[in-house]
Design a protein around this ligand. Structure first.
Ligand code: FES
Length: 158
């Protein structure tokens, strides 16, 4: 078992809140992600067992959401939007800058285990482009200076 007792309990606690078991999938993925740090086939199977659904239903839902990494990532999972508004306002060069600054390839983990950078589709914050999400938080109207400050702050936190 990958999912611990607390996570399984949290998934079960959501079941009565929804009219159908399928509606519990997204919250269940969130509980699992918060515990494990990423999702994979074993996690899908375990969620399916708890919810009494097919594993494919869990996997299908998970595949739609980039906020759930499907392989291990750094402590700070940086998702940079590269969709239209962000792209027009410099997202691509921001990504290159970030990757150079952190000396890491897209999707890989920095040697200190702190950072993973990926590009994602629109995160729904187009009016504050360019933007990125780090774990649960949005960072908006980004400039290289802001990126420097954010990364410095996260490095300090460790
Ligand atoms: S295009 Fe980047 S948040 Fe929508």
């Amino acid at each position: 078992m990958i999912l611990n007792e607390q996570t399984v309990k949290a998934i079960r606690a959501d079941i009565p809140k929804y009219p159908q078991r399928r509606s519990c999938i997204l919250p269940a993925l969130t509980h699992a992600y918060r515990q494990v740090g990423h999702l994979n086939e074993v996690v899908y199977r375990e969620i399916a067992d708890v919810l009494d659904l097919d594993t494919i239903q869990i996997a299908e839902a998970a595949s739609f959401y980039t906020m759930f990494p499907k392989q291990p990532v750094g402590k700070y999972f940086i998702q940079v939007c590269h969709n239209l508004s962000c792209s027009l306002l410099g997202a691509e060069s921001l990504v290159e800058y970030l990757l150079r600054k952190l000396d890491v390839k897209k999707g890989a983990i920095t040697p200190d285990g702190l950072f993973t950078v990926v590009t994602v589709e629109c995160l729904g914050s187009c009016t504050t482009a360019p933007m990125m999400q780090i774990n649960d938080l949005f960072y908006e109207n980004l400039t290289r200076e802001k990126v420097d400050a954010i990364i410095d702050e996260l490095r300090k936190k460790g």
